[in-house]
Design a binder for this molecule. Structure first.
Ligand SMILES: NC(=O)c1ccc[n+]([C@@H]2O[C@H](COP(=O)([O-])OP(=O)(O)OC[C@H]3O[C@@H](n4cnc5c(N)ncnc54)[C@H](OP(=O)(O)O)[C@@H]3O)[C@@H](O)[C@H]2O)c1
Length: 262
């Protein structure tokens, strides 16, 4: 039984994680961290997630995470340094889904991986990680002659753009197209589209969970590879799979691809 502590347990992903852990006989909820300004502190994490009480209460005290084997963090870039410090100090494996991270955050994760097992992924869904592979195959064939654009769509509350997943797809495309020419949206008299430019576009609205399309546009034909997430459960299931994989592992960096066997 893997004991999981959630950082950001009252957030959208945090609540979904609580729900999914409750259905999984191989793991249990053992800690629920929230920010000190969270109005729900002290409430049962299960009740907050809309399921039966779990006997685990939302707390801003990192010591409440003591009984856990693994932490899963879906919070904010600002909270990450303190969460890395907590995971390292307590010697716990650390799964991170927070996006909008900068190089300094990745450096912290790298440093932490010298003493604990660490896995960061911008997207934990099986489908998205599969389409990243499909995009790589397509880009290697189509980079000569096909213009490529990424379009992503998310709910109105999302704080970062482009999405972490779009950035991951962009890295795949930059390598295949051997270019660093990226344009984020277009406006005005933009002139002809340069070959080997990659366009990235972010749509924000309503409750869209997360859509990503990579469009390869040639002369006379267009190939589109699309993934649409209709529920946060897919991210939660992937993150919990990663947590179970990381429990008891040696210090180091691990990838979602190896967890999913891709
Ligand atoms: N990798 C993936 O597959 C994936 C999938 C979905 C989302 N995400 C990313 O995951 C992150 C969270 O997304 P979300 O939709 O769940 O956002 P959200 O609903 O805003 O939840 C974030 C939660 O973290 C809490 N928090 C902030 N600072 C904290 C701290 N210092 N300690 C403990 N908790 C803290 C927030 O509390 P307050 O509101 O009180 O500040 C909030 O409850 C975002 O970066 C998002 O892009 C990744």
């Amino acid at each position: 039984m893997v004991k999981i502590g959630i950082m950001g347990a009252a957030g959208k992903m945090g609540r979904t994680l609580v729900q999914v852990i409750n259905q999984d006989p191989e793991c249990c909820l053992a800690g629920a961290l929230e920010s000190s300004s969270c109005p729900l502190l002290g409430q049962d994490a299960g009740t907050v997630a809309g399921i039966q009480p779990q006997g685990i209460f939302l707390s801003s005290d990192p010591e409440s995470l003591g009984p856990c084997d693994v932490f899963i963090d879906f919070t904010t870039p600002e909270a990450l340094p303190s969460h890395v410090e907590i995971a390292t100090r307590q010697g716990k494996a650390f799964v991170v889904g927070t996006t909008g991270l900068q190089q300094a955050h990745f450096d912290l994760l790298e440093k932490a991986s010298k003493t604990i097992a660490v896995l960061w992924a911008p997207n934990f869904s099986v489908g998205v990680n599969l389409i990243a592979k499909l995009v790589q195959i397509a880009a290697n064939v189509l980079s000569a002659g096909f213009d490529v654009e990424i379009i992503e769509a998310h709910h109105r509350l999302k704080k970062d753009a482009p999405s972490g997943t779009a950035i991951k797809l962009l890295e795949v495309l930059k390598e295949a197209y051997r270019t660093s020419d990226v344009v984020y949206g277009r406006q005005g008299i933009t002139g002809e589209r340069p070959a080997h430019q990659i366009g990235v576009h972010a749509i924000r609205g309503g409750d869209i969970v997360g859509d990503h399309t990579v469009s390869f546009c040639g002369i006379g034909e267009r190939i589109e590879i699309t993934h649409r997430a209709s529920s946060r459960e897919t991210f939660a299931r992937g993150a919990i799979r990663a947590a179970k994989y990381l429990a008891g592992k040696s210090p180091g960096r691990y990838t979602i691809e190896e967890v999913l066997g891709l």
